[in-house]
Design a protein around this ligand. Structure first.
Ligand code: TAP
Length: 479
């Protein structure tokens, strides 16, 4: 299959479309490699060293990988470079975690018995990755699974397999033994579906849409594989009149327009206190209109292209549905034609104001550069609006009142809450969702634990206390 850069229509890559048989061969290879112990029984410190060497090879190839990422996703090169740096950081972090894999000991079980809880690799992992952050999301899964001692089959998104293929090749160069890391390119409905059904996969780690996660859960239902889901979001950013408003404007813009809004953790719903709402929205609108849309290889570009023509249409239809439901279009809302680029799928940074909480644009994931705005008066109203969604991935609050910040941090139903920042994270901080945003925790120590399973040794110490009392033999009649 051919992949064209959605920001200029040029061919960026030609990839194999794997079949179900290819998927079966990849799983068989991963199974054989796992069962052979070549990786799973290697000293974890040695696995860690290989992962660190891998991170170094990614670093040496950083610019090349960033160019691939920018071209395939249609994202600005500045963001793509940050993504590859993120992949390096995650791989290094996973490598250091491998140095410290250990179980637990219980030395006072029943007084003198000893309990030892081992941590073992869960087995063969399937990793299914979406198109918006191909390198980062690959790196939230694969190095952690490898650190744990698992073997892996990766299925990147059909449209963006380039960096996953290149990084997997570098893993081989770094010393990951053949068969341990396998990669198949192709359609989710074919090879992804096969991985979900496959009885030889022990854990399937999926990042993507909530809808596809339900299909995967159904396909996996005849097996007992572990399912780990990182799904969609509809993040709220709450801005109070006591916030540093200049910082908040920048944070809201970054939260919603980063990666042209194709971000699961995008702060796509702005909830702004009514005392400052008009001025705040006006300031956002003038800054949004200044953002540079277009050539993704220009260091100055802020907003890249939508991933596909059909996705661009979907985003613009959402904007129409918002205005039809009574919202005010403040800025954007149209396709952008960039001078000198014929085939760019660009959408202008968009703001809808006075959006009703029940409307589709407030409830559904748009996955484009569209901010929807609602106003609130009281803290309770803000919490209730923010939590009025099936999703629960990340929310943010801007305030200088520490009591309020912590109260909101506790009350918001999401795996991440940002306080006076947006779209932030670090390899050591766990990440994941509440509700329909999924059940996984990636990154941090939790991101390693996903791929480990515990086994208990119960060791009896000392003489046995009989459970059945020894009775004198009952004499028989003949005796
Ligand atoms: P999806 O359409 O769900 O696709 C994700 C991956 O699943 C792709 O590799 C896709 O393959 C594959 N797939 C599709 N149908 C499948 C099936 N029946 N069985 C198994 N695999 C299947 O998502 P997307 O459009 O690529 O990405 C956007 C979504 O991902 C958004 O909802 C976004 O919020 C979510 N997301 C979440 C996070 C986190 S960390 N929570 C991060 C990024 C994105 P194809 O490419 O061939 O369709």
């Amino acid at each position: 299959m051919d992949r064209r850069n959605p920001a200029n229509g040029l061919l960026t890559g030609r990839y194999a479309l794997a079949s179900v048989d290819d998927a079966d061969r990849a799983v068989a290879g991963a199974r054989e490699a796992f069962d052979s112990g070549v990786w799973s029984t290697m000293a974890s410190i040695d696995r860690g060293r290989i992962l660190l060497a891998w991170a170094e090879l990614i670093r040496l190839n950083k610019e090349r990988l960033a160019q691939i990422e920018a071209a395939e996703v249609g994202k600005p090169i500045r963001i793509a470079r940050g993504d590859i740096q993120g992949a390096i950081d995650l791989t290094q972090y996973a490598g250091t975690l491998a140095f410290d894999i250990h179980g637990d000991a219980f030395d006072h079980v029943h007084g003198t018995d000893l309990g030892v809880v081992l941590k073992e690799p869960i087995g063969v992992v399937a990793a299914i990755v979406p198109w918006n952050f191909p390198a980062i999301i690959y790196s939230q899964k694969v190095p952690f699974a490898l650190a744990a001692g698992c073997t892996v089959v990766v299925k990147p998104a059909e449209m963006t397999p380039g960096t996953a293929l290149e990084m997997s090749r570098l893993a081989l160069d770094a010393g990951v033994p053949p068969g341990v890391l396998n990669i198949i390119t192709g359609e989710g409905s074919v090879v992804g579906q096969r991985l979900a059904e496959h009885p030889d996969i022990d854990l399937l780690s999926f990042t993507g849409s909530t809808k596809v996660s339900h299909d995967i859960a159904a396909a996996a239902s005849t097996t007992h594989k572990h399912l780990s889901f990182e799904l969609g979001g509809k993040g709220a950013t709450i801005v109070f009149d006591d916030a540093n408003l200049d910082d908040a404007v920048d944070g809201v813009l970054f939260g919603v327009y980063f990666n042209q809004g194709e971000t699961c953790i995008a702060g796509t719903r702005l909830l702004v206190q009514d005392t400052i709402a008009d001025a705040f929205v006006a300031q956002l609108a003038s800054r949004a209109a200044e953002l540079r849309v277009g050539d993704v290889f220009d260091d100055e570009t802020d907003i890249g292209a939508m991933i596909s023509e059909s996705h661009l249409k979907k985003v613009l239809e959402y904007v129409e549905s918002g205005t039809a439901a009574g919202a005010t279009l403040v800025t954007g809302g149209t396709r952008v034609n960039v001078e000198g680029i014929e085939d760019g799928l660009f959408v202008a940074p968009t703001i809808l104001d006075h959006v009703a909480a029940a409307s589709r644009v407030f409830q559904e994931e748009i996955f484009g550069p569209v901010l929807v705005t609602a106003r609130f008066t009281t803290d309770e109203e803000a919490i209730s609006l923010a939590n009025d969604t099936v999703y629960g991935l990340a929310n943010g609050v801007w305030t200088k009142n520490v009591d309020r910040a912590i109260r909101f941090g506790r009350a918001l139903r999401s795996g991440t809450v940002w306080i006076n920042t947006s779209n932030d994270g670090a390899p050591q901080l766990p990440f994941g969702g509440y509700k329909e945003s999924g059940n996984a925790r990636e990154k941090g120590r939790a991101g390693l634990e996903e791929y480990l399973v515990s086994k208990t040794f119960h060791i009896h110490v000392g003489p046995r206390t009989p459970f059945y009392s020894t009775r004198a033999a009952v004499p028989t009649e003949s005796a």
